[in-house]
Design a protein around this ligand. Structure first.
Ligand code: FAD
Length: 346
């Protein structure tokens, strides 16, 4: 008979043993939870089960208690809730203060946050204040039960190796995780847990920063992480005009969004928010078209979650052909217009 994993986990001695449980920071804006937080509840559930500890969501904001039941349904056993008008907008100072107070009071052994702008900012500030380790931008999480340690894996050296990083001597162990890497668990309607409401003691006059105004970004909102079809273009498209004609033309014909390699972004053919890869976004569409993209490792790390990769490249030796599901060796200027024409006819 197999031991339950949780029974195999070693019990740490001394100060570190006081730290128990897996926490997920629930990132929300205007009451909408970031999908990565729900993905992390899915990943956190597995870590917590391995360790035999609770999975907790930490929800900060103003009038956000309506989200609590959803967090139980996505796997949280417990939710720590801190509400205050000064938590309405994310500010490093206020969120860090409340988060650190909660950690000091309840002592979690693992804290996970999304590798979003907010998550990256908060995780760095919290880890610094607590003088603990943080592994940023992870793509894999596991537990070493023998040592009761979080195994946080992330690309290193420009994506050429995957490094697994341990935080042996400090608690909590912290990690930010890229959106779309972890699988969201299927919600269990009606599942409930325990709510811990935290008192918030914040005074505007004591804060160093103030939110004066929120200015929404002008122009098209780009959310490649949620896109089901992406048509991405690279240097092989030659110039801005061709990039726009072929990428936007095919995307429109097939109902997809446009993405780009760094070379296309650096050439000024499209804004940085469209960049896919290590220093851009990680995507996981059903179909990813790579037009005139060579398949450098820094690009590939961002597209490996795609169900189907279709590459069109004139060089049969291009590295993208080792990764793609379907590869077409040929000229984008011949093939893509034909594809657009065919799709438009349907
Ligand atoms: P190229 O490598 O120049 O490839 C162009 C391809 O087009 C070639 O394979 C060529 O055969 C093909 N081609 C040319 N003409 C045609 C034609 N007529 N028809 C069909 N095919 C044609 N890159 C990213 O994309 N995203 C990142 O986030 C990223 N982060 C990076 C981070 C670091 C730290 C570093 C060092 C690099 C990073 N890069 C990133 C850059 C990366 O290494 C590559 O330089 C980049 O991805 C190359 O872009 P590309 O494939 O468009 O261009």
């Amino acid at each position: 008979q197999q031991d339950k994993p949780a029974e195999k986990a070693v019990q740490l001695k001394g100060e570190l043993a006081a730290y128990q449980g897996v926490w997920v920071f629930i990132e929300q804006r205007e009451g909408i939870v970031a999908p990565v937080s729900l993905e992390l509840l899915g990943a956190g559930r597995q870590l917590a089960d391995k360790l035999g500890v609770e999975l907790c969501g930490v929800l900060l904001g103003d009038q956000v208690s309506g989200l609590v039941n959803m967090l139980y349904e996505y796997g949280a056993d417990k939710v720590y809730l801190a509400e205050h008008p000064l938590l309405h907008f994310y500010r490093t100072e206020t969120y860090m203060k409340i988060f650190v107070e909660l950690v000091q009071q309840y002592k979690p052994e693992i804290i996970l946050m999304g590798a979003t702008t907010t998550g990256r900012d908060l995780a760095g500030a919290v880890a610094t204040d607590l003088a603990t380790g943080l592994t940023a931008d992870c793509t894999g999480l596991d537990i070493d039960l023998e040592q009761r340690l979080l195994l946080a894996t992330r690309p290193a050296f420009g994506g050429n190796i995957m490094a697994t990083i341990l935080c042996k001597k400090h608690r909590p162990q912290m990690a930010t995780v890229r959106p779309k890497v972890m699988k969201m668990a299927a919600p269990v309607p009606g599942r409930r847990g325990e709510l811990i409401i935290s008192e918030v003691n914040l005074q505007e006059e004591k804060l160093l920063t103030k939110v004066l105004e929120i200015v929404k970004e002008q122009g098209e909102q780009v959310n490649l992480q949620e896109a089901e079809i992406i048509v991405a273009g690279g240097r092989g498209l030659g110039d801005r005009e061709n990039f726009r004609k072929l990428c936007f033309g095919l995307a429109e014909a097939i109902g997809g969004k446009v993405g780009a390699s760094r070379a296309a972004v650096e050439a000024g053919w499209i804004e940085q928010k469209y960049q896919v890869g290590q220093t851009g976004v990680t995507v996981a569409p059903k179909i990813y078209f790579a037009l005139g993209i060579s398949g450098a490792i820094q690009h590939l790390v961002g597209i490996r979650g795609s169900d189907i990769i279709i590459a069109i490249n004139s060089d049969p030796e291009a590295p993208i052909f080792k990764e793609c599901t379907y590869g077409i060796v040929g000229d984008v200027f011949t093939i893509v217009p034909l594809l657009i024409e065919q799709l438009k006819e349907k």
